[in-house]
Design a protein around this ligand. Sequence first.
Ligand code: AOF
Ligand code: ZN
Length: 365
Amino acid sequence: MFTEADHQYMSQALQQAALGAWQTSPNPSVGCVLVKAGVVIGQGHTLAAGQDHAEIQALKDCHARGLSAQGATAYVTLEPCSHFGRTPPCADRLVEAGVVRVVAALGDPNPQVSGRGLARLRSAGVVTQVGLLADAARHHHRGFLSRMERGRPWLRVKLAASLDGKTALWNGASQWITGEAARQDVHRLRAGACAMLTGIGTVLADDPRLTARIDQVSRQPARVVVDSQLRTPPSAKLLDGGQAFIIHASTDVKRMADLQDAGASLQALPTSTGRVDLNALLTWMGQQGWNEVLVEAGPALSGALIQAGLVDELVLYLAPMLLGHQAHGLVDWPPLSSLTERVDLTWVDQRMIGADLRLIAQLRP
Ligand code: AOF
Ligand code: ZN
């Protein structure tokens, strides 16, 4: 049903989509390529929420070149929208511009759209096709799809360890296991995340800022601490710079006031066995409009999230060193008594980052 040229134009649309990836949240970063008579006449990607969607950018690009989209095909990584949200429906704009065929990699699972964008196009006589490079598009839009389909963000856990899987010495000393290049790489991961998630143990031990410190970022991820007893010090560095949330189950009004004065937003969530319920946490994060969340926490929170089946991907930086068996491991679990309790992973990428090895593994559904 799709030609080689169709594949090429859709990969170009996916490349466009990648350009918007750090700025569109809570919207998906869509890519759009307009083609007429075998020539690309316009392309674009989603801008920040409230600004242009990809299709509008591509039409503007086409018009800026002095060209008309009359008779063109639009390749889009997600079904064009049909609703008046922060912006008017893209489906209507494509029809007005004279586009005659729309190829979408995926339908939009947003209940405000979900098939109505394509239906609107078809009722105006536009030919529509869905499913070209769908796997690649599902990968690119994984955060938005996760929030729409599961009501929670796509969760990635960053871990750094020695070759023997140790994250800190027996006495807690943990600074500088991985090298400078790996730390820079983590800043890129942070820049792509809508929010960072950590635990009170990490805040007390390391006082991290959890910001993305690289040049290209226009927006910082929100920061979230799971801290059921409100032990975060009001001087904690991650409270600087806004968008800092403390998830708790405390009733201590003095602590609440001190932390709010320090700039924190407090959110009480239900607990199970005295700790913040992680499913409730993920649902709450989805309600914030966060598509992708990066966890940089200690072995207790990371381990608990994995055991709760809420983690989609691990990014593991392995440093070429050995720390010995008394040191702390990657996840802090009660001992498993049977191999059937193990967590299975699938390797999806491996490469050198400076002197360290970076492994990416997905949790098996
Ligand atoms: C498109 N093209 O480039 C994107 C779409 O509030 P709004 O108006 O910005 O609409 C946001 C919704 O539009 C978002 O939840 C998703 O369903 C869709 N995203 N649609 O036609 C785009 N980013
Ligand atoms: Zn739209």
